[in-house]
Design a protein around this ligand. Structure first.
Ligand SMILES: [Cu+2]
Length: 349
């Protein structure tokens, strides 16, 4: 027997001992066996609630429950012509009549029951939830032909901020035309309280006409394939966070942005001019937030949670710091009201 084989054999014995001691420990903890049983049986036995869905830039209130539930989520897929930019319209494919689709907020351990009604006259749609554990993120289960409804149940095993999107064929077209949104799985004790929570999702649009060309614009699959978008926007429209639609806060308040990138192609360099992120949950993971971050890369199909306190009144610009994209729509504003703060920000001459 060679020396390494002997070590391997000893390793196996140590592992066996380790497993045995964990089993003995579990047996020794009163009620432990019972907790494991109730956990495995919980797929169909909790309280049933209907999800409170909101549309960008609004976020549903934190989950108040302290125990898992079965959460009903009602989605409809449809195609509808709407404005993409001033004087520019587009035939969006959308969930619940909005681009991005609804913000869904649940709690880790919840069982989410998705009802997808496909109102399209001629296209099959579905949903791939990045929060779902299992083939296709639920897409094969939720595939719905025109006029049909599909229903799937999925257990939320991991806390975090997750993207969802259509995954029907041809997938690039379904993802380019507006079928996406976000689902937030709260950890057991939720996130720290803040004054404002907002939902911002970046995506690209590939139109036959160049940026700004007026009228109804058709989808260009050749530009999408070449990854040359005409529009890069927040919340489905160049003006969704501008003018009367600016996000609002008061000086001294804390803001949390649930930021997603639907792509389909471009990595976002998300930045808020005039502040850094006091706390940043990279890629939507909640375990180890980072501090004092200026610009964050968010991949297509990923998300991040950015938190900051606004101390000085004025306008703060949200943008993709890949800066030419601001000329294609990737810009929004936060309006901060309140008294001047000359000890932090002042003009001397
Ligand atoms: Cu689809």
């Amino acid at each position: 027997m060679r020396a390494d084989e002997s070590l391997l054999g000893r390793g196996f014995r140590f592992r066996e001992l380790g497993v045995l001691s964990v089993l003995l420990l579990l047996a020794a903890i009163p009620g432990c066996e019972k907790r494991l049983d109730s956990e495995s049986a919980s797929f169909g036995s909790q309280q049933t609630v209907t999800a409170d869905l909101t549309y960008a830039p609004n976020v549903p209130p934190p989950v108040a429950r302290t125990a898992p539930a079965r959460v009903i989520v009602n989605l409809e897929s449809q195609e509808k012509t709407a404005e993409l930019a001033p004087g520019v319209t587009y035939n969006f494919w959308m969930y619940n009549g909005h681009v991005p689709g609804p913000f869904i907020r649940v709690r880790v351990g919840d069982v989410v029951e998705i009802h997808l009604k496909n109102l399209s006259p001629d296209k099959t749609h579905t949903v791939d939830f990045h929060a779902v554990t299992g083939p296709g993120g639920g897409a094969p289960v939720l595939m719905a032909n025109p006029g049909q409804e599909s229903v799937g149940v999925f257990k939320m095993l991991h806390p975090g901020l997750f993207v969802y999107h259509c995954a029907a064929n041809p997938m690039p077209a379904h993802m380019s035309n507006g079928l996406y949104g976000m689902l937030f799985v709260e950890p057991e004790r939720g996130l720290p309280e803040v004054d404002h929570e907002y939902y911002v999702m970046q995506s690209e649009f590939y139109t036959e006409g160049s940026v700004g060309q007026q009228g109804l614009q058709a989808y260009s699959s050749s530009k999408a394939s070449a990854e040359t978008p005409e529009y890069v926007v927040f919340n489905g429209n160049t003006g969704s966070l501008m003018g009367a639609n600016m996000l609002q806060a008061k000086a001294g308040e804390t803001v949390r942005i649930f930021f997603g990138n639907a792509g389909p192609n471009k990595i976002s360099a998300f930045h808020v001019v005039g502040t850094s992120f006091d706390r940043l949950y990279r890629d939507g993971g909640l375990k180890h937030p980072d501090e004092n971050i200026q610009t964050i890369l968010v991949a297509p199909g990923s998300a991040a949670i950015a938190e900051f306190q606004v101390l000085v009144p004025g306008h703060y610009t949200l943008l993709d710091h890949s800066i030419f994209r601001t000329e294609r729509g990737a810009m929004g504003m936060i309006n901060v009201d309140g008294p001047d703060a000359p000890q932090i920000y002042n003009k001397l001459k």
